[in-house]
Design a protein around this ligand. Sequence first.
Ligand SMILES: Cc1cc2nc3c(=O)[nH]c(=O)nc-3n(C[C@H](O)[C@H](O)[C@H](O)COP(=O)(O)O)c2cc1C
Ligand SMILES: [Fe+2]
Ligand SMILES: [Fe+2]
Length: 400
Amino acid sequence: MHKAIPVCGDTWWVGVNDHETDLFESLWALPQGVAYNAYVILGEATVAIDTVKGPCFDDYIDKVEHVLGDRSLDYLVVNHMEPDHAGVIHQLKRRYPGVRFIGNAKTLPMLKGYHDIDADIVQVKDGETLDIGGHVLAFYTIPMVHWPESMVTCDTTTKTLFSNDAFGGYGAHEGGLFDNEKTRERWEGEMLRYYATIVARYSGMVQTALKKLAGLEIERIFPAHGTLFQHDVHQVVELYDRWSRHETECGVVVAYGSMYGNTRRMADAVCRGICEGGVKNVHLYDSSRDEPSLILRDIWRYRGVALLGCTYNTLLFPPLDALCTKLINRMPKKRYLGIAGSYSWSKGALDALRAFAEAVKLERVGPEVEVYASPTDADLEQCVLLGKNMAAAIGACPAR
Ligand SMILES: Cc1cc2nc3c(=O)[nH]c(=O)nc-3n(C[C@H](O)[C@H](O)[C@H](O)COP(=O)(O)O)c2cc1C
Ligand SMILES: [Fe+2]
Ligand SMILES: [Fe+2]
């Protein structure tokens, strides 16, 4: 978006669309870019809420200057210190030397560490308010959503929640900022992909945060990434509640690691079994080629996951092993897991998948299938059976 946009009375969006970063956190693909949403409120005092990633400073400051005109900036609320939102704090201070920084006890060492700032700080406690003249802001800590110092800011006057990473999604804005300016399909998929990659590990803390925020009167949620919500606010809170309680839809992700196609044929047979078991939502992923964040997103969406890998130098084929590591890190629950491996001398893949299954503690669906060299018809029948059992375990899907 090329200019600042008023989003609610005298509250402005001064964020940046980033189409330059290929990988968010140097990990996750950004086919549609990513937005760093930042805001300015023009009360009797002027307040900026969050900033942007370092290289986006010029784009950001043009908008801030446009909104502030001749006025100075009185406060910057630092909801989160991760550099995608706090990357330009020291540049902002250089431009507006009188600015004071609002953060909580856990923000302060990070402000010093990242920006060498330890003065002009207003330290707020959980639930504390600040009257800026025309707006009363309230601050609530939401530890580990996404870092220990993470907090949200509620403008109690406009009933707007500046939620930072919470409720955020990938994807730069394409014309519209708001939920009612784009299709739900467009924002929900990227929001779940963001959840699965960035937030999912802290699902328990998301539940704590949702309970804490439940009593607030909120008409709008303005996150620090992706779509701004003013229409589907309740649905969006409901989605977060569901995702963080590990509630899933009827469907199965089958992800495989294969060099010469033998393990892939096993995965195909598992998919066939799932389909024969009456489940239409089957998603087959190649761990070598498919974007891991898409695999994680669908694993977070669906109730079943089957992982099939060949053995590579006595261990599990590396790209599938990497997917397993990402899954353990996110601690998915209330899902069913099936595993299968292939080998031609030492074995190793299935043993590694068994160890993974122990670590991830998901409910298991059998049979475990271990194949020597190329799967025989009997092996493939076992894979079909694994698929059928998976379909039975995840339960009947609603008719369409
Ligand atoms: C580079 C390489 C390393 C392998 N390392 C092992 C191994 O350590 N132990 C083993 O039992 N099989 C090993 N294999 C054999 C494969 O696991 C076996 O050929 C399997 O059928 C390959 O499945 P795919 O066709 O799905 O790639 C290795 C194969 C390759 C190409
Ligand atoms: Fe973050
Ligand atoms: Fe972020």
